[in-house]
Design a protein around this ligand. Structure first.
Ligand code: ATP
Ligand code: MG
Length: 275
């Protein structure tokens, strides 16, 4: 499938993050550009996989500006200036984040939280109500809409957190393990949300982590494996990018999942097992 690369949307150079003295990720560099295809709006879907503790969530906290890197820089496109290829350093709030624990406002019901997510949108109260009602119905949350987070199941919290970010994010959205703990119907809902988001605007970029390699290979057009690198025959104790699979280059992006995708799954699993 033909595609072109345009503006740089995400530029990460020489990133490292430490908690106190402990370096958790190091030497992380990558570039993601706006991918365009004639006749369709094509947002970017980027998957990050890797074994537990390798630093996926840490990378995400840096990408969303929640923690300050020890070294390196993270730039995102600054669309507000209208200047092509203008970039700025990422700051907290620039990138929507659904964290692994699905943090919600403790004292807001689902409905109130979603209303709050729409606070900056130029909609009438009725439009906001209708938008929220539509999501609640589609995502099976209608009955729970007046419940508080402590009264919700894990899956309900997660879906609320995802809808919240869909409603208030700009072009960038980072989701830490959005598929874990969901039933098969909810997984389809999240998949649909991904394709909806990426069809809305060229610049829309979803970055997500998952332990389900099939879901990385099926949905992403770019996949990064974070693992411990092997240096001089020894396994290092910090995470870095040990493999990148460009599904576009392999002509597997935006394509029905098939035998060739399964080959990529195997390749990624092999890379994970040695890192
Ligand atoms: N706030 C923190 N303070 C100190 N160490 C931390 C902190 N958060 C994470 N770590 C450590 O950093 C390393 C990477 O953790 P991180 O949560 O980024 O991994 P992960 O790849 O997201 O794992 P998982 O797949 O289990 O979610 C781990 O060794 C973890 O113990
Ligand atoms: Mg994590």
């Amino acid at each position: 499938m033909d595609y072109q690369m345009q503006n740089t949307l995400l530029y990460v150079e020489n990133l490292s993050v430490a908690y106190g003295e402990k370096v958790v990720i190091k030497d992380v560099s990558f570039v993601e550009k706006d991918v365009t295809r004639e006749g369709s709006v094509t947002g970017q879907v980027i998957a990050v996989v890797g074994r537990s503790g390798r630093g996926k969530s840490t990378l995400f906290r840096a990408l969303t500006g929640l923690i300050k890197p020890t070294t390196g820089k993270i730039l995102i496109a600054d669309v507000a200036t209208g200047v092509e290829n203008d970039a700025k350093e990422v700051h907290e709030g620039d990138v929507g984040f659904v964290d692994q624990k699905y943090t919600l406002f403790r004292n807001k019901t689902i409905y109130q939280a979603l209303m709050f997510a729409l606070r900056h949108k130029d909609f009438s109260k009725e439009e906001k109500h209708n938008t929220i009602t539509k999501y609640l119905q589609e995502w099976g949350l209608e009955k729970a809409k007046d419940q508080y987070p402590c009264e919700l199941s894990g899956g309900q919290r997660q879906r609320t957190a995802i809808i919240e970010q869909i409603l208030c994010s700009g072009h960038y959205m980072v989701l830490d393990e959005p598929f874990s703990g969901l039933d098969i119907g909810n997984i389809e809902d999240v998949k649909k949300a991904f394709s909806l988001i990426t069809s809305l605007h060229e610049f829309n970029t979803i970055i997500y982590s998952t332990h389900d390699i099939e879901l990385a290979v099926e949905l992403a057009d770019s996949i990064y494996v974070i693992g411990y690198p092997t240096i001089d025959g020894k396994t290092a104790d910090y995470g870095t990018i040990v493999k990148h699979v460009d599904m576009k280059e392999r002509k597997l992006a935006w394509k029905e999942y098939g035998v060739e995708h399964l080959e990529v799954v195997k390749e990624i699993k092999a890379a994970m097992l040695t890192s």
